[in-house]
Design a protein around this ligand. Structure first.
Ligand SMILES: NC(=O)c1ccc[n+]([C@@H]2O[C@H](COP(=O)([O-])OP(=O)(O)OC[C@H]3O[C@@H](n4cnc5c(N)ncnc54)[C@H](O)[C@@H]3O)[C@@H](O)[C@H]2O)c1
Length: 253
């Protein structure tokens, strides 16, 4: 039996730009109702508008994933706008704005902030979304981690550590939620180019990254959207606690 996802509702955190925006556009193109959530209200609104103008269903919500009340309001907004909550994509992160530096030069406040958004934010958003999924007896949580964890990429240790935490959270949470048919999986992207410029990959590193891949080209958001869709779909119903690297075949888990 093929289940249609078209009636389902999805929350995507950090979907005002970059990969989150690409996930939002993909789900909306398949007919899902999308709650576009970002700490930057203007960018969330612009992505929701883009979806609506293309004939899709979307609402925008300003959320700070480090704030418990804000994540609860986000889930309440999905339930009141769409009447259901089937999928949570934990994508929000401090990423494209990061500066590369040796770990002993990272300001401690910056360390705390990155862990707060990238790890505690996943915990809080999941915690807020789970009751509706438990009531429904089904749900999908897709956590965007990073291939920098198996690579041990240097010079942003707070980021690497936060994403390692997301992989651990994915495993433990998967065990706790299996009884409700809620799956929790992690996607580990390699460097993926979006519309946002960033300093974490220099032109020389970009060439070296591409050369280290089995598939020798730059990664694009569309290399990830179908993988996220799979973990959000009925097809992945017996897959949980897993980490899937999407990096053109650089590291093998
Ligand atoms: N692009 C890549 O190469 C790559 C590689 C591996 C993993 N990732 C991961 O994929 C995800 C998306 O990456 P991206 O390239 O689109 O990053 P990005 O930095 O362009 O986008 C992150 C989004 O999260 C939002 N955000 C930040 N703090 C927030 C908060 N407290 N609450 C709510 N939203 C907040 C930002 O406003 C932004 O819209 C991130 O989790 C990132 O770590 C990206």
């Amino acid at each position: 039996m093929t289940e249609t996802m078209a009636d389902q509702a999805v929350i995507i955190t950090g979907s005002g730009q970059g990969l989150g925006r690409a996930f939002a556009l993909r789900f909306a193109a398949e007919g899902l109702k999308v709650l576009v959530c970002d700490i930057r209200a203007d960018s969330a609104e612009s992505v929701a508008r883009e979806i609506q103008e293309a004939g899709g269903t979307a609402r925008a919500v300003a959320v700070d994933v480090t704030d418990e009340a804000s994540t609860s309001q986000m889930c309440d907004a999905a339930l009141s706008a769409f009447g259901r909550l089937d999928i949570l994509v934990n994508n929000a992160s401090i990423f494209s704005s990061l500066k590369m530096r040796p770990f002993f030069k990272i300001p401690v406040e910056e360390w705390r902030k990155v862990v707060d958004v990238n790890l505690t934010g996943v915990y809080l958003a999941s915690r807020a979304a789970v009751p509706a999924m438990q009531d429904a007896g089904r749900g999908r949580i897709v956590n965007i981690a990073s291939a920098v964890v198996p690579m041990g990429r240097p010079n942003y240790l707070h980021y690497v550590s936060s994403k390692a935490g997301v992989i651990g959270l994915t495993r433990g949470m998967a065990r706790e939620l299996g009884a409700w048919n809620i799956t929790v999986n992690a996607v580990l992207p390699g460097a993926t180019e979006t519309e946002i410029e960033r300093e974490t990959v220099s032109p020389q590193q970009r060439e070296a990254l591409i050369a280290s891949r089995s598939i020798r080209r730059a990664g694009t958001p569309d290399d990830l959207t179908g993988v996220v869709r799979f973990f959000a779909s009925e097809d992945s119903r017996f897959v949980t606690g897993q980490s899937l690297v999407v990096d053109g075949g650089t590291v093998f888990l």
